[in-house]
Design a protein around this ligand. Structure first.
Ligand SMILES: Cc1cc2nc3c(=O)[nH]c(=O)nc-3n(C[C@H](O)[C@H](O)[C@H](O)COP(=O)(O)OP(=O)(O)OC[C@H]3O[C@@H](n4cnc5c(N)ncnc54)[C@H](O)[C@@H]3O)c2cc1C
Length: 459
C-alpha cells in the first residue's frame, strides 16, 4: 500500500484501512454481496475539500480509484480491490428552496433521506424506487422512478452540479457554465468527475398520493399483462407504476392463500386527483379482478418505500434490462414463461411503461437514447447463498428470449457487464463520440474508470 501520510495531512474525514477492523468492514460492504472487495484505503469525505484531496492523492500516487455515493451499483463499481475507495456517504447536506422549487443536495444522501426533506414542503423530484439507493449514481446514470412519466428522469431535473474533475478543480456545471460537461452529467455517469453537490428541480407532489398494488395469482399472468398493456396505452402522465413478477411475501397485507406463491403485482402510483385515479383503476379491476387490492391513499414517502422490503442489502445480484419496441402477445407469453422459470424467490421481472415526459425531452438534450420506447423490461436476479452461475444464467436466458423485442439504449443505471459495446449502445455512436471527446477534456488519463466507462477519445 502506498504511504498515506500526504492524504492524512489534507483529509478531514475518516481514513480507514484493514487495521480498523469492524469499521473498515462496515464501510467496504457493497449493496450487492457478489462484490466482497478489500480497498487499500477508504476515504470517507466530509466535503468538497476532502474530495479534492482524495482525487489529487489518487492521481499523484497512481492509485486505482472508486467513488461511492449510496453503494447501490449492481455492477460493483463502487468497490475496489486494493485501491482508494472515495466514500461520499458522510456528505448528507441538503437545502430545499420551496419558493424556487429547487433542492441543493450532497451526494451521500439516499432517496429516502432526500424525499423526506422535500416532502416537508410538499415537493419531490423523480427518485429511486428503493429508498436506500444513493441519489448520486442514480442521477448521473439517468434516474428512472415512479414519477418519470409526469416529470421525466432524475437527470432531466438536474439544474446544476458542482464537480471535482480529475485535475482537482471544482467546477459548477449548468446550462450556462461548462454546458458540455453539464450535458455529459445527464446520463453519462461518474465518468467526468466527482459531483459534490446537485441542484434539482422540484414539483408539487402529495404529501398524500394514491398508490399501492393490485395482486394477482400467477395463473392469471397473461391476462393481467395484456389488460395492463391496454390500460396503460392511453393512460395520462399522472399514472406511473409497473407490473412485477414476484413471489408474494408472507406479509400481513397479503391474503393467506397467496403467501409465498408466485404472483403478479401491478404497482400503482397515481399523482393526480385521487377520485380520478380510482375511476381509472376501476377499468383495470374490471378487466381482471385482483386477488388482493392494496391501493389506497398514502404518503408519497410510503409509496417510495413500497418495494423496500424485497430489496434488502447483502443479497447477491445480477441484472439485465432493455427497452422494448413493443409489448405484443408473443412478448407477453415470452416474459411470463421466463418469469415462471425464475431460479430464486427473490428474483423479479418488471415491466415499466414509457411515454409522456420521458419521451418529451428532445433527443439532443441528454446523452441518453431510447426515449420513445413504449416499455422497459428489467430482469433482476436476486438470491442468497451460492450457485451464482445458475441464477446468472436465468437472467441471461431471459435477455436472450426478449432479444426480438429489444430496442437497445439501456441507460447506465441498468448495465451490469459494461463491456465497451454496451456502454456505446446506451448512447448510440454519435453521442458516444461526443462523450468520449468530453472525457478527453476532463479526464484524459481515465482516472474515473471504475464505472460504465467512456474511454477518452484519442488525440
Ligand atoms: C435495490 C436497487 C434499486 C434500484 N432502483 C433503481 C430505480 O428505480 N431506477 C434507476 O434508475 N436505478 C435503480 N437502481 C440502479 C441505481 O440507480 C444505480 O445502481 C446507481 O448507480 C446507484 O447510485 P448509488 O449512488 O447508490 O451507487 P454507487 O454504487 O455509490 O455508485 C454508482 C456509480 O456512480 C458513481 N458515483 C457515485 N457517486 C458519484 C458522484 N458523487 N460523482 C461521480 N460519480 C459517482 C460510482 O463511481 C459508480 O460508478 C437500483 C439499484 C438497486 C441496487
Amino acid at each position: 500500500m502506498v504511504d498515506l501520510t500526504p492524504l492524512r495531512a489534507r483529509f478531514r474525514g475518516e481514513l480507514l484501512t484493514a487495521a480498523d477492523g469492524a469499521r473498515y468492514d462496515t464501510a467496504r460492504a457493497a449493496f450487492n454481496a457478489v462484490f466482497d472487495r478489500r480497498p487499500g484505503v477508504i476515504a470517507r469525505a466530509t466535503g468538497a475539500a476532502d474530495v479534492i484531496a482524495a482525487v489529487t492523492f489518487a492521481r499523484e500516487s497512481r492509485l486505482p480509484l472508486a467513488v461511492r455515493g449510496g453503494g447501490h451499483s449492481v455492477a460493483g463499481y463502487s468497490t475496489i480491490e486494493s485501491g482508494l475507495l472515495l466514500d461520499l456517504g458522510p456528505m448528507k447536506g441538503v437545502r430545499v428552496d420551496p419558493v424556487a422549487r429547487r433542492v441543493r443536495a450532497q451526494p451521500g444522501l439516499t432517496w429516502g433521506e432526500l424525499d423526506r426533506e422535500t416532502q416537508a414542503f410538499g415537493l419531490a423530484t423523480t427518485g429511486g424506487r428503493v429508498t436506500s439507493t444513493g441519489i448520486a449514481g442514480f442521477i448521473l446514470g439517468s434516474g428512472s422512478g415512479w414519477l418519470e412519466r409526469l416529470h421525466g428522469l432524475a437527470c432531466d431535473n438536474l439544474v446544476a452540479a458542482d464537480v471535482v474533475t480529475a485535475d482537482g478543480r471544482l467546477l459548477t456545471a449548468s446550462a450556462a457554465e461548462h454546458a458540455e460537461l453539464f450535458w455529459g452529467l445527464k446520463g453519462g455517469g461518474g465518468n467526468f468527475g466527482v459531483v459534490t453537490e446537485f441542484e434539482l428541480a422540484l414539483h408539487r407532489i402529495g404529501p398524500e398520493v394514491l398508490g399501492g398494488m393490485l395482486l394477482f395469482e400467477r395463473a392469471d399472468a397473461v391476462r393481467v399483462c395484456r389488460a395492463y398493456r391496454e390500460w396503460m396505452r392511453d393512460a395520462p402522465p399522472e399514472l406511473g407504476g409497473g407490473l412485477v413478477f414476484l413471489v408474494a411475501p408472507p406479509a400481513p397485507f397479503v391474503p393467506q392463500a397467496l403467501r409465498l406463491l408466485p404472483a403478479v403485482a401491478v404497482i400503482v402510483a397515481w399523482f393526480g386527483e385521487p377520485s380520478r385515479g380510482q375511476v381509472l383503476l376501476d377499468g383495470l379491476r374490471r378487466a381482471v379482478p385482483p386477488a388482493a387490492d392494496l391501493v389506497q391513499r398514502l404518503p408519497y414517502c410510503a409509496l417510495q418505500s413500497i418495494v423496500d422490503a424485497g430489496n434488502p442489502p447483502g443479497r447477491r445480484q445480477y441484472w439485465r434490462s432493455d427497452n422494448l419496441r413493443a409489448l405484443d402477445d408473443d412478448a407477453v407469453d415470452t416474459i411470463v414463461a421466463c418469469a415462471n422459470r425464475a431460479t430464486s424467490p427473490f428474483s423479479n421481472i418488471i415491466l415499466q411503461p414509457g411515454g409522456h415526459a420521458l419521451a418529451a425531452v428532445p433527443d439532443e438534450a441528454t446523452p441518453l437514447g431510447g426515449r420513445n420506447a413504449p416499455w422497459q423490461a428489467h430482469c433482476y436476479g436476486n438470491w442468497e447463498g451460492g450457485d451464482d452461475a445458475r441464477h446468472i444464467a436465468w437472467v441471461k436466458d431471459t435477455e436472450r428470449a426478449l432479444a426480438p423485442w429489444a430496442a437497445g439504449h439501456v441507460s447506465l443505471n441498468f448495465i451490469s457487464d459494461a463491456d465497451g459495446g454496451r456502454v456505446r449502445a446506451a448512447f448510440g455512436d454519435a453521442k458516444y463520440r461526443r462523450l468520449a471527446a468530453l472525457k478527453r477534456v476532463y479526464d484524459p488519463d481515465n482516472l474515473f474508470r471504475s464505472n460504465q466507462n467512456i474511454v477518452p477519445a484519442p488525440d
